[in-house]
Design a protein around this ligand. Sequence first.
Ligand SMILES: Nc1ncnc2c1ncn2[C@@H]1O[C@H](COP(=O)(O)OP(=O)(O)OP(=O)(O)O)[C@@H](O)[C@H]1O
Ligand SMILES: [Mg+2]
Length: 500
Amino acid sequence: MIASLAATPIMEVRNIRKSFAGNPVLRDVSFEIRPGEVHALVGENGAGKSTLMNVMTGNHHSDAGEIVLAGKTIRLSDPKSAAELGIGIVHQELSLAPNMTVAENIYSGREPTTFLGFINKRRMRARAREVFSRIGLDINPDAKAGSLSVAWQQMVEIAKALSLNAKVLIMDEPTSALSGAEIEHLYAIIRGLRDNGVGIVYISHKLGEVFEIADRVSVLRDGQLVRTLPVPETNPDEIIRLMVGRDIKDLYPPKASRLGEVIFKVEGLTLPGKVDDVSFELREGEILGFAGLVGSGRTETARAVFGAERPAKGRITLRDREVVIRGPGDAIRQGICYLSEDRKGFGLFLTMSVRGNIASSSLPAYSSSLQFLDFNRVREASRELLDTLDIRPRNDSLNIINLSGGNQQKTMLAKWLAAKPTILIADEPTRGVDIGAKVKIHQHLRRFAESGVGVIVISSELPEVLGLSDRVVVFRNGSVSADLRNDNLTQTEVMHYAAN
Ligand SMILES: Nc1ncnc2c1ncn2[C@@H]1O[C@H](COP(=O)(O)OP(=O)(O)OP(=O)(O)O)[C@@H](O)[C@H]1O
Ligand SMILES: [Mg+2]
């Protein structure tokens, strides 16, 4: 497997330093990638992983240090020059232009041209098809990128990086929007590339993935590279200790101690082509898990309940009262909140501060009777949530775009906690969140449920659904295929109902 252990690095960075507004984010980091290896890079939210990769791909300029490619020191003036040198990246945040087609996105800036210099659309389409067939996917190159689900957009990002025929391929949390089958698919792609001598950097918060796919693992902590270890010579506990500086025992809180009345009921929910006759109930104190493959209808159901999609049919009962949800604003007013899986497209206001985002869902709660916003109360509430959720840095006036991916996710959760909902639907609540923060979010969701809020959790990580939920609703092809009490339910059992 590790044929290239002795090989010279294909790419290396030496003593990289980078500060943002005087805050050091990378402190003397040296890191190397060998040809034909999968090198995992792990660390807590805000440790500096994405920043390091942005330096290696010309998106950021380091303050000091050296970048060496195949033995030669290089300067990366911008992302394009990195791409031309065969350094590809799949960014943590989806970066496709939603109004452009899939093929246009893949070849943006390097479109194949005709003899006369026009963009050769036919060639572009054919090439896009070819990349997709290489990774065994059937995505329409003419589809608008924005019309695809987050998982498919992620696949397009991967195809885009592959189309460069990169020698170095960086994947920043590539599976955060993928589930079982797609992840296996991605592994097959990665192994194929590795066997062809490509050097791969694999960033993930899921240690299971690291131990399955990586040959070596490096740990970043507070901007310093603390260790690089061959995977066969280490174990998850050691890696967690290196990352967070302590042991973590219980990833999940205890199950519900008692269940109350039914507080939320959905009957016969139907969205043509997406959701077919979905019914479920939620009791007080209960965490209900939604399991299923990507595209099975979990998210569409949540969006329909939240009023982000208009269902053609269906009844929603909230505490014995039938309600009609006219749109997301209406849902929030009635106490139904939805933590979206897509934090960029739907959830966070990227041009606003952390505080503004937190307050955005619950502005009326902070107004006096005369509708004046009580800024002190907003500030106090947001500071408190920063502490509870350990959002770093502890500065709620920062623009959200400058936060690391995981801390943006925590801010989104803070926003809904501030709204004090009756029903909270959390779609991939720990996506991109480090292991320590994950434990905290899990505890919060349980505490929420115990305080009488109905909690629904959607997660592509089956262990998370099983670890958190008291009951699991399994989706398949837009319908509910099983509604199971979680008495030591196993992954195999759930998969049995989820598989097509
Ligand atoms: N453009 C920027 N301006 C100011 N600060 C930034 C900027 N980009 C990143 N930071 C800060 O740099 C630190 C490292 O962020 P980075 O995104 O590299 O973390 P990460 O290890 O990728 O975390 P995550 O696991 O959450 O994705 C964070 O404290 C972040 O707030
Ligand atoms: Mg990151």
